[in-house]
Ligand binder design. Structure first.
Ligand SMILES: [Zn+2]
Length: 175
């Protein structure tokens, strides 16, 4: 267990009894979001679809309290302008739109613009989410991006899941 994880658990542990005393709803989630905010001060959850945000908070509270894992968000919701900028940069870097699409989609197709995609860290946190995220409607959807998860609540409690695609270029219908 690394020092950040210990510190986060320690901070959340200090906070939890206070929240419980105050009778707040879901004190574990509240305490974990508070501790994670200290651990990842630049993390930005703003603009996420409400369902995706609630699902992510619940999932990472479970990861923290039951498995001692800290899961951070590196990139969540993006504006059309931000996504277009990322796409343009990728086109410049990879030489063509089709090559760029291996990593970044244009704004009209990106679930980041809809606030339903979350890029997480670190790798072990992503691995945890890959195993347990389905209970919260969170799924990894690209084989080439271990960090990219999407919120698909309609699959909760079903035996199916959104298709795992090779990369953002691959049409879902081919799999
Ligand atoms: Zn992503």
């Amino acid at each position: 267990m690394d020092v950040y994880r210990l510190a986060t658990l320690g901070l959340a542990g200090l906070r939890r009894p206070l929240d419980t005393l105050a009778g707040r709803w879901r004190p574990e989630e509240r305490a974990s979001e508070w501790a994670l905010g200290l651990r990842f001060p630049h993390e930005n959850l703003a603009g996420l679809d409400l369902g995706a945000r609630v699902a992510f908070a619940a999932a990472r509270a479970e990861a923290l309290w039951h498995h001692g894992l800290v899961i951070g968000l590196t990139s969540g919701a993006r504006s059309v302008v931000e996504q277009q900028q990322l796409f343009d940069e990728a086109v410049a870097e990879y030489g063509s739109e089709s090559a760029a699409r291996e990593w970044v989609l244009p704004p009209s197709e990106s679930l980041h613009v809809q606030g339903r995609a979350l890029d997480v860290r670190p790798r072990e946190g992503a691995r945890w989410l890959e195993i347990h995220g389905h209970r919260y409607g969170l799924y990894r959807t690209y084989a080439n991006e271990w960090w990219h998860f999407e919120h698909w609540p309609q699959y909760i409690g079903t035996r199916s899941r959104p298709p795992m695609r090779a990369d953002p270029r691959a049409p879902a219908s081919l799999l």
